[in-house]
Design a protein around this ligand. Structure first.
Ligand code: SF4
Length: 285
């Protein structure tokens, strides 16, 4: 079995990246993506140390170390940014271009129907969708763009292709997290819904379990099935093939669990509309 068939990637906040860790990742073909939300004033708004200070300088030092590693061309898997809808998307995008990462991905902030995401006023408000639509415009106008995974995936689907990662489209992704102590966990983003949402019924550890046996288990199958949208609104939605009903955590409501459209439904519809308009302008649809 080649490592390329089952790529392993480590998501890091960048602070504890060391030469020794990067050597280990290079040896075992584990790529490293770093979480960075934008320039210092954007990143340090939410990403704080236990003492309350911003982590921007430490993250940038980690990225510099990653980029200087002899195996950087393999190791450097790009950036992951959580959107702050109060920031300027053009400023954030152009900052990321200066960092020298091969790509960037953007995530909607954690939140659900019972606990609205920070920066989103109501279910129907468009703060995140408008931010993404502005980012799309900047991206499309750039003659040498920095690849943005989420935008590329959505455009690909609109042009008849398929997505490369969870949270969009209707491709079935089986996401399993291996915690640092070896415990097998569900998608860690589910932690934001209810206590224990990211845990399987009984603790399973990679040191005691055959991974392929667990992947074939009924428990994994039922967790995997949860990622498919079930809400009547999504199943009847003409944009389901692009949006996919959003990430599971964003569908949560304390009253009825995950059987809902994404809390970012209006934002997604706004962004998909902007994408269709863009493709129409370029006479691609
Ligand atoms: S979340 Fe909204 S836009 Fe997305 S598939 Fe469901 S109804 Fe459609």
């Amino acid at each position: 079995m080649l490592p390329e068939e089952y790529p392993i990637s480590l998501q890091s906040n960048g602070i504890l990246l060391s030469e020794q860790l990067l050597d280990c990742c290079a040896t075992h073909r584990v790529s490293v993506a770093v979480s960075l939300d934008g320039p210092a004033e954007v990143h340090d708004r939410f990403r704080l140390t236990h003492a309350g200070g911003g982590t921007f300088a430490q993250v940038m030092a980690g990225i510099t170390q990653l980029q200087a590693h002899p195996a950087a061309s393999f190791l450097n898997a790009g950036l992951l940014a959580v959107i702050d809808p109060t920031s300027d998307p053009a400023e954030v995008y152009h900052f990321f271009k200066t960092v020298g990462a091969p790509s960037v991905d953007f995530l909607y902030r954690d939140g659900n129907h019972s606990k609205l995401p920070e920066g989103k006023a109501t279910f129907n408000s468009l703060e995140y969708g408008q931010w993404m639509a502005e980012l799309l415009a900047v991206y499309a106008a750039d003659p040498a763009p920095l690849p943005i995974r989420v935008i590329d995936d959505m455009l690909k689907v609109l042009l008849g292709g398929s997505v490369s990662k969870e949270g969009l489209g209707v491709t079935d992704f089986g996401i399993l997290i291996i915690d640092t102590d070896g415990t097998l966990m569900k998608n860690d983003t589910l932690k934001s819904t209810y206590n224990g949402a990211d845990q399987f019924t009984r603790p399973v550890n990679i040191r005691e379990t055959d991974l392929l046996t667990f992947l074939a288990s009924a428990e994994f199958a039922s967790y995997r099935a949860m990622q498919q949208p079930t809400s009547a609104k999504c199943l009847a939605c003409p944009q389901l093939h692009v949006c996919g009903g959003g990430m599971l955590l964003h569908r949560w409501h304390d009253a009825n669990g995950f059987d809902n459209e994404s809390i970012y439904c209006a934002d997604q519809l706004h962004l998909i509309g902007a994408m269709r308009q863009l493709l129409y302008t370029y006479q691609l649809v």
